[in-house]
Design a protein around this ligand. Structure first.
Ligand code: PLP
Length: 453
């Protein structure tokens, strides 16, 4: 019998619930704090910016949350995503390990982000909201939300960091094709943008500024809400569709992963692939290792501090109890733009603190080497973010070989890299480098934080 390469689910087999890991955590996450009063936040505090259902999910404690029918129907455009056995990669590594990956690059936007974009657009539409604002750095979140908003007839304004706006015309054009309005940030549309432009007319923008602009517009109009693509609990919740599918698909493959790996920016795709497997560790006595992979140049999980910190650079968001490098930490401009974030989701931070997961940091050149080997063997050119997960899978496969042990490795391929070919051009031209951070640089940024615990 020929070996099976790809494991899919039929529409009848698709999961119909998201998994809320908070229900099973031995230590619950600490509450987010209001930035002004420093009092624990309540769902109502989020209503001016977020759909009420999303604000409730942010604080939810029940184990499972039904996926609305309309969201399930839209997921069917590309879900289930394939679970693939990477035979060619295994062969190239001459490893006894079995390597599987879950391919989230098959979505219309090319990454895992539509899993939450669709859910967020849906709940806003149901509540009668007419317009959404958001920010985007590299453009992956902006494209995913554009795809989702046009489906529900919501107008979307995307504040895109100016330097990316100029460097990534194809991401902008994807957003325009789906009908959204893309504005280079800082812009003249908001007080926050005008203030920056007065002081720095040539500002290249930053994610922090773009967030401030998007939030300012949403706060002014009751029919406009704001939307975020990572970090928050409700975003991680929606992404668990990835791991719920993967559990069923691994069953079909007749295997169980010993190791589950995801790259880590704010934590959403990592949470998506891993939380259902952590549930089995917590409730069924399994011992699957779960590993988050961050860039060496932005090592909040491996070298940051567990502290209350702002989610944005400017200091407008609630204070979140998380692993952070400090909210004005400026990561080097690596090509894995989606991993250049100073903090981490609250749930993931607590899990790491409680040693229910592991974290590693990998230098940029190793990740691109891994990405190229993956492209040559499995045929898919991965997003620069996803190459971090591939690099760790390769490290584990090499350890398996050295130890002469068969292990089963599962990683999440969070997206394809077809719109990131500029990064590959830079790598192939020998123009990329690693960025080492000194302890002193990290301490400088952390010392500025107000210590709340
Ligand atoms: C946004 C993005 C990431 C990082 O975000 P997480 O919330 O940590 O998942 C990783 N990979 C891709 C392809 C992305 O678009």
């Amino acid at each position: 019998m020929k070996p099976i390469k790809k494991f899919m689910l039929t529409e009848q087999e698709m999961p119909i619930q998201w998994y809320n890991i908070v229900a099973d955590m031995p230590n619950k996450p600490l509450p987010p704090l209001h930035p002004g009063t420093k009092q624990p936040l309540k769902p109502e505090d989020l209503y001016p910016l977020f759909a009420q259902e999303l604000a409730k999910q942010e604080f939810a404690t029940e184990r499972y949350i039904e996926i609305p029918d309309e969201v399930q129907d839209l997921y069917k455009i590309w879900r289930s995503t394939p679970l693939v056995r990477a035979y060619a990669l295994e062969k190239a590594l001459d490893t006894p390990a079995k390597i599987y990956f879950k391919n989230e690059g098959t979505s219309p936007a090319g990454s895992h982000k539509p899993n939450t974009a669709i859910a967020q657009a849906y709940y806003n539409y149901k509540q009668g909201i007419k317009r959404i604002t958001t920010e985007t750095g590299g453009g992956q979140w902006g494209t995913a939300l554009s795809f989702a908003c046009q489906h529900f007839g919501l107008d979307l304004k995307v504040f895109m960091v100016k330097v990316s706006y100029n460097q990534k015309p194809y991401r902008k054009l994807m957003m325009n094709t789906w009908g959204s309005d893309v504005i280079p940030s800082p812009s003249n549309l908001t007080e926050a943008g005008r203030k920056i432009l007065r002081e720095y007319p040539d500002s290249a923008g930053s994610l922090g500024i773009a967030i401030s602009e998007a939030v300012e517009l949403a706060a002014q109009d009751p029919l406009t809400n704001y939307s975020l693509g990572s970090v928050l609990n409700h975003v991680l919740l929606h992404q668990t569709i990835i791991g719920e599918e993967a559990l069923l698909q691994m069953e079909k493959a007749g295997d169980e992963p010993d190791i589950v790996i995801g790259c880590f920016g704010g934590g959403s795709n990592f949470a998506g692939i891993s939380f259902p497997f952590i549930r089995r560790n917590l409730k069924e006595g399994k011992h699957t290792r779960v590993i988050a992979v961050e860039p060496q140049s932005c090592p909040k999980l491996t070298r940051g501090q567990f502290q209350y910190d702002f989610g944005d650079t400017v200091g407008l968001t609630p204070l979140l109890p998380m692993y952070t490098l400090g909210h004005d930490f400026q990561p080097a401009s690596i090509h894995a733009g989606g991993l250049r974030y100073h903090g981490a989701g609250v749930i993931v931070s607590q899990l790491l603190k409680d040693k229910l997961m592991e974290a590693v940091a990998i230098p940029q050149l190793e990740t691109f080497e891994a990405g190229i080997l993956f492209a040559k063997t499995e045929g898919i050119i991965p997003a620069p973010e996803s190459t971090h997960a591939i690099a760790q899978a390769i490290r584990e496969a090499k350890i398996a070989k050295a130890e002469g042990k068969a292990k089963t490795i599962l990683f999440n391929l969070s997206g394809h890299g077809m719109i990131d070919l500029y990064a590959y051009e830079q790598y192939l031209g020998g123009n990329l480098q690693n960025f080492e951070l000194s302890d002193q640089e990290i301490a400088q940024s952390l010392d500025k934080l107000e210590k709340i615990m």
